[in-house]
Design a protein around this ligand. Sequence first.
Ligand SMILES: Cc1cc2nc3c(=O)[nH]c(=O)nc-3n(C[C@H](O)[C@H](O)[C@H](O)COP(=O)(O)OP(=O)(O)OC[C@H]3O[C@@H](n4cnc5c(N)ncnc54)[C@H](O)[C@@H]3O)c2cc1C
Length: 484
Amino acid sequence: MDRRKFLGTVGLAAAAGASFPTLVSCDTNEDIKESYQADLLVVGGGPAGACAAVAAAREGAKVLLVDNGNCLGGMGTKGLVGPFMTCYDAAGENMIIRGLFEEIVDRLIAEGGAIHPSKIRQGTEFTAWINEGHDHCTPFDAEILKKVYDRICAEAGVKVLFHANFVRPIMKGRKIQGAVLLTPSGLEAARAKMVIDATGDGTVAFRAGAPCVFGDPESGRVQPASLFFRINNVDTDRLIADVVPHLPEFRRVNGVSYRCLHWRVAEAEAAGEWDLARKSVNIWRSVEKDQWVINCTRIHGVDSTDCENLTAAEIEGRRQVEELMNFFHKYVPGCEKATLMGTGSTMGIRESRHVHGDFVLPVQDLIDGVIPDDNILLSANSIDVHGAMGGPAGGLYMPIKKNMYGVPYRSLVPRDVEGLLLAGRCISAASPAAGAIRVMPPAMAIGQAAGIAAALCLSSGASPATLDYADLKPLLLKQKVYLG
Ligand SMILES: Cc1cc2nc3c(=O)[nH]c(=O)nc-3n(C[C@H](O)[C@H](O)[C@H](O)COP(=O)(O)OP(=O)(O)OC[C@H]3O[C@@H](n4cnc5c(N)ncnc54)[C@H](O)[C@@H]3O)c2cc1C
């Protein structure tokens, strides 16, 4: 027990017969407790960070995984984002993202919390009837996913801390040696031999001095943010009956999608009851028949690294959800009695900082289907850059030319900081390339590779920059990563 924390604790409560003490605050900015020692500190418990932690622990590392929320899963749980985007090749024939992703999907299915991607085809209600690049998505239940992450981490021996905010790195020259965290206990130091930045925003790498760019420097834009929400009590058969006759009218004009419910949006717009940036509604059927996931709010120019800006976006997101619920109740057959199950407990951030390494993954490599020599995963998720063309709804959607592409290990290694690896959305990739590999299945595979690489650095004495891919590949394969 922290002595100073309880200085001033007096016996009044006990004297009154109650068992709780009276506390006084004593934490100050200078008061940093030496609380944790680990081989590997993973900051951020989203799909990338959780998989990194499990993968490293399975290779024998003592891992501390910290997240500022109350669960693992990041956008997939706190953000209510779903389904998992495709894990298949572009032809829709083979599942090419396997490893921990597949294990998590199988566990979800065993608990009734997902539908296997082999059963989900694009152009159906499970893909918001989108019929390009969305074959074999995986609908899942966010609450069951939280439990699966808890268990898989516990079984691997990962120590998890929730409500633990990364404040700043602990540096010795250019070498990162841990982090200062703000937890409910105050400021606490977590020392580690290696660190993985899985914050999405690249906050650890940025604060440690790695070069970063914000959004797409060429366009000066960042992908718009969206607050996800889930509804239930939907008469799914009536909703489907309203959509299916309109499928031949689905189209994209100047980057603007006129897809699901665009005819209902037009009605609401004509009545002056629609002021959202989209012209259609991405509404995805979930595991339970009456539950749907809505990806339709859109807020441009959100800087998730700016507290005031992010706060304003959260408030605007909830305003848009209210407008959408009114729209569902008034205009959408089958949704008259829909209930708002909840909004994401965080705004959905598609893009913010991209941390740079010596190698920055170019989008052309993905389009051309390059499989690099130091490949860590295969993916076929298409390049989907929301808001790329500016204006209210214009997006850039680029199908890939080959059946799949790879992601090089080099893109996990930041410049100018030693002892640090990147995982997930913030890896060293050009903005449009990140638009393809930021989705959850590749993020999980990137995390798994980062965790294995970190464990290998720890056991071999190599640094992330000098790690030999010939040593990494067998461990990736041992952990059932599919490399073709
Ligand atoms: C609107 C939207 C729609 C999307 N749609 C889909 C989809 O349909 N399918 C799909 O597969 N993917 C989708 N994605 C992409 C996907 O959800 C994310 O890109 C993916 O979750 C990235 O994983 P990550 O682990 O890098 O980051 P995140 O999932 O963002 O996880 C990062 C974690 O780090 C924590 N963290 C951040 N900073 C700190 C700090 N300072 N201290 C402690 N913890 C911190 C965060 O709280 C979070 O838990 C969507 C994303 C958005 C925003």
